[in-house]
Design a protein around this ligand. Sequence first.
Ligand SMILES: [Zn+2]
Length: 408
Amino acid sequence: MEAYLNQLEEAKKRDHRKLGRELDLFSFHDESPAIPFFHPRGMIIYNELIRYWRAEHEQEGYEEIRTPMILRDELWKQSGHYAHYKDHMYFTQLGETQFAIKPMNCPGSTLVYRNAQRSYRDLPLRLAELGLVHRHELSGVLHGLFRVKAFTIDDAHIFCYGDQIETEISGVIRLILRMYRTFGFNEVAISLSTRPKESMGADAIWQQAIQGLEAALKHNKIDYHVNEGGGAFYGPKIDFEVTDSIGRDWQCGTIQLDFMMPERFGLEYVGVDGKMHRPVMVHRAVFGSVERFYGVLVEHYGGAFPLWLAPVQVKLATISEKQAEGASAVHEQLKAAGIRSEADIRSEKINYKIREAETKKIPYVGVIGAKELETNSVALRARGGKDLGQVKIDALIEKLKEEIKNKA
Ligand SMILES: [Zn+2]
């Protein structure tokens, strides 16, 4: 009971809507209900997340694509979204033609696949897309960044054949877990959802797919629970749920096999036998919704972002106006080294400046007085008040760069 009450208390303090306002990260406006406006500081975090995501995906052999946000009605009829998802979609008309604003990235990626003749040698083809989607939700269920009407899925569609499923899924699992660890999400609950009663596709391919998923999980020595019959009607899936710093669980990543969409869009590849075959399509996301993951991170860190994500990484605070010029020069030096610094040269008391940096949860404060100016150093303080003593500017730059590089 006590632990639960503590968690509630902590959750209130960490509410990302409150911190988003206090740290000037994002806002919401009636002019576009439930769609976030990211501010300059908030965009720094957003872009760092994307930069990290791109680097990881590039390393894993993904190729990035971008597909249109507005696509003709016919496409959504063909994909089945019109029949099953229409109430959650936005539409627009251009001239005589009816278009839908994409609620998912998959149909667009099938058009890229189909744009060339594919052979078994081209597979697996890993097409990644940071796709902005719009989904109409009832306003009652909206909650800050956790449920918005427009968000970016850190999507990828892997086109492969049956024998490749295990290796591909294995790669995705390792990527997801590695990326979660970077954020300190070491506790991840994984579930495997199998064939539901109402589903499509031959038994043999379902069996092969589920065996592939199971083998990939076992190969990575992963504990998981089986959600019997919980898969989508078009294929089985694996879901990832992370536990945050105060013990709450968040469903984020997912890996879904899909036999339906390749069928509906007539996707093919030339096999070893020279005949045409259907590829399997894997839909997968690490963050899920980037916006929601962002909200989870704000609460997980309580706004105290690690150095690599912090909008301002170090604040330089002068003791008197005599150090204004020197502090500005240090600021330029840090900026040139790729470090996000801010020089506070106002004629405020130093304690006031330090307190303000604490409120803004800035990782480091470098105090510059007469002595520091003379020795080309700062009196360094870490967030939370830890005194790190006098540090030369060169050493400070090295220290910060190292910490940023390691995503410590
Ligand atoms: Zn998809």
